[in-house]
Design a binder for this molecule. Structure first.
Ligand code: P6P
Length: 326
């Protein structure tokens, strides 16, 4: 079986890539953590893992038992890889530095171990998002362009792993034997779309560019964009991004008058950076409005940012509206 044939295992596919030492082991460890998270989610209503844990994370958000379990599973599996120096996680105020096992610890993982967890209790697709960087515990803050790899999982009807090392985007699906197998070696985002994703309840707070964009979509064929649009908003970034990767679309969580003071709603290092790397590697685009997300140099590990990503032509349409708004 060639390494791009459907059904190729993640292990065989990784072995056929020309990767930096430690990268394949790191992806393997992340995949193992995600397979365990998937299993825990499948029976959560029966095992009492829904609801809230009674604690809050650094974002001030109520942590769920599965948030904490997912983070613990990432730590458990990443600890087995000597080359991994540190873990940045949405669930940890400070980065977790692994005990140095030898002098090769030169990889950093950043993750949101369970994104969209507020949707768990209502059985909506959630996922894990991750990014892999080169460096040690003193190199946590790097621009998005420095990422070595990025990926996410979706825990939905099927459990999928989407993975890129920068040039193409591969899709793996968790099989009944808990092995990830290749489902598509090269996902590409359609350049054009007529589907947008935004939380429309935030309309009173939108900036001028966002307001003009959504008005243009709602104006349909007679409007400035000359086509009828559809709208989707899952409220789980991995679910919205996966739909966009698979059929096109644009996802918007722009700065608004409420979120501007915090820098935005979504997190830069372990949500926007990996999703932007994936979307660009699939032929799409990812901006904050005024600038390319991957060019940002983070100031701190939990920094927030505006996110507009998806089909290239539609993101360019929005970028033009931001340029016109000044
Ligand atoms: P809103 C989930 O909490 C999340 O971080 C993303 O997964 C999702 O896109 C966004 O927040 C949903 O935000 O405003 O719909 O609650």
């Amino acid at each position: 079986m060639t390494s791009t044939a459907p059904g190729t295992t993640l292990a065989d596919w990784l072995a056929a890539q020309d990767l930096r030492p430690g990268l394949a082991d790191t992806v393997t460890a992340i995949a193992a953590a995600c397979a365990e998270i998937s299993a825990a989610l499948r029976t959560a209503p029966l095992t009492g893992l829904t609801g809230v844990a009674g604690s809050t994370n650094v974002q001030g958000e109520a942590q769920k038992p599965l948030d904490i379990l997912s983070n613990d599973l990432f730590i458990k599996h990443l600890a087995k890889v000597p080359r991994i120096s540190s873990l940045i996680s949405e669930e940890l105020n400070q980065a977790h530095h692994f005990p140095i096992q030898d002098d090769t610890a030169d990889l950093i993982v950043a993750c949101d171990p369970l994104d969209g967890s507020s949707n768990i209790d209502v059985n909506v697709t959630v996922g894990s998002v991750f990014s892999i960087l080169a460096g040690g515990r003193d190199a946590l803050l790097q621009p998005g362009t420095a990422q070595l790899a990025a990926g996410y999982t979706t825990y939905g009807g099927s459990t999928n792993l989407v993975l890129t090392f920068g040039k193409s985007v591969a899709l793996f699906t968790l099989d009944t034997d808990d092995v990830f197998r290749l489902a598509d070696p090269a996902i590409t985002v359609p350049v054009e779309t007529a589907e947008y994703a935004i939380n429309s309840a935030r309309q009173p707070y939108w900036d001028a560019a966002t307001t003009r964009y959504v008005e243009g979509c709602l104006a349909g064929e007679a409007g400035p964009f000359g086509k009828r649009y559809n709208m989707r908003w899952v409220g789980s970034m991995v679910a919205d991004v996966h739909r966009i990767l698979m059929r096109g679309g644009v996802f918007l969580y722009p700065l608004d008058s409420e979120t501007a003071a915090k820098g935005g709603r979504l997190r830069l290092v372990y949500e926007a950076f990996p999703m932007a790397m994936i979307v660009e590697a699939a032929g799409g685009a990812a901006i904050t409005g005024p600038q390319r997300i991957l060019d940002i140099a983070p100031r701190e590990i939990h920094q927030r940012v505006a996110v507009i990503l998806g089909s290239k032509a539609e993101v360019e349409r929005i970028a033009k509206l931001y340029a016109e708004a000044g």
